[in-house]
Design a protein around this ligand. Structure first.
Ligand code: CO
Ligand code: ZN
Length: 330
């Protein structure tokens, strides 16, 4: 599994630019499903046939936060905007890379007041000596991702884009383990979550499932002077109660809790006070779809050093497998 985490997190895929990561995921998932298709928004929708059960949508978003070039100046410096929630304090000094392999570093104009730390004061330096030289390598509208390799700490790993490639890993592992299933499983590797849950919205509309479960990272309260939050890494799968995007279907939530208890799977209840995920869009599709979330606790979300505990990842996989093999009659 560690290899898959490394492969997925190091893949390139800012929101709207998911072609490369989609092919990486497709290759891993294809052997375990019956059909694979890509819809108009670029969602990778994988179907595993059941036998008279329900239509179950499993969702993880494959896009990541990033940057997008807005202007190349006469000296070859690239001005840029954000794709998704990029914190300027964290962005400064980071390396970025583009889909064609071009790399650069984020520098800043002279700043006297920390309040002026804003993306509009920053630029990407790709080592070009002129606008012309820069334009040979990149153009306005090109997207960049933060450049960091995954680190294996033993039980835990650090990587960029754990949000939400770790959710993608969970779903691939679930499909690998699910030999037979009564339910029809639609595994959706969704695009454009970081810019407003856009891929999942149309994927859910197209699939029209009986139940939707999203897999995404959630914050924790387990670091020095963190905002109070009752989730820690290493304490199990986080069964979401509420975040900014949805209040999870209470029946499904309690059903997942019961499954975790019956199967001895470590879990914790999650209330995330700021942040949302695809289940918010899935729930509001058509006439409404019962939706829930199994979250992977993660430290330092939306930094290039997001940390997860692999025991939590395993707990999320086990809980999802148990759910897919259960009647889901909540
Ligand atoms: Co995110
Ligand atoms: Zn996410």
């Amino acid at each position: 599994m560690k290899e898959l985490v490394k492969k997925f997190t190091e893949g390139f895929g800012p929101s709207g630019f998911e072609d490369s990561i989609r092919e990486i995921i497709r290759k891993e998932v294809e052997p375990f499903v019956d059909e694979v298709r890509v819809d108009a928004l670029g969602n990778l929708i994988c179907f595993k046939k059941g036998n008279g059960g329900k239509k179950v949508l499993l969702d993880a978003h494959m896009d990541e936060i990033g940057v997008i070039i807005t202007h190349i100046d006469e000296n070859g410096f690239l001005r840029f905007g954000s794709i998704g929630g990029v914190n300027p304090i964290i962005a400064l000094g980071q390396r970025v890379y583009f889909e064609n392999g071009v790399c650069g570093v984020i520098g800043s104009e002279r700043i006297e007041d920390p309040k002026d730390l804003k993306l509009e004061k920053f630029f990407i330096d790709i080592g070009a000596k002129s606008r012309e030289q820069a334009a040979e390598k990149v153009k306005v509208g090109d997207a960049g991702a933060f450049l960091q390799t995954a680190i294996d700490l033993g039980d835990r790993m650090i990587a960029k884009a754990m949000d939400d490639r770790i959710g993608c890993v969970v779903i691939v592992e679930v499909l690998r383990q699910l030999k037979e299933t009564k339910h029809d499983i639609y595994a959706v590797f969704a695009t454009q979550e970081e810019v407003g849950l856009r891929g999942a919205r149309v994927a859910a509309y197209g699939v029209e499932p009986d139940v939707g479960i999203a897999f995404d990272v959630t914050g924790t309260g387990d670091t020095p002077k963190a905002r109070t939050m009752d989730v820690s890494i290493g304490k199990g799968a986080a069964i979401k109660v509420k975040d900014s995007s949805l209040i999870c279907h209470p029946g499904l939530r309690e059903y997942l809790v019961k499954l975790a208890e019956e199967n001895g799977i470590p879990y914790q209840l999650e209330v995330l006070e700021s942040g949302g995920t695809n289940a918010g869009a899935i729930q509001m599709t058509k006439a409404g779809i019962p939706a829930g979330v199994i979250s992977i606790p993660s430290r330092y979300i939306h930094t290039p050093g997001e940390m997860v505990d692999l025991d939590d990842v395993k707990a999320c996989i086990d809980l999802c497998v148990a759910a897919c093999q259960s009647p889901l009659d909540f």
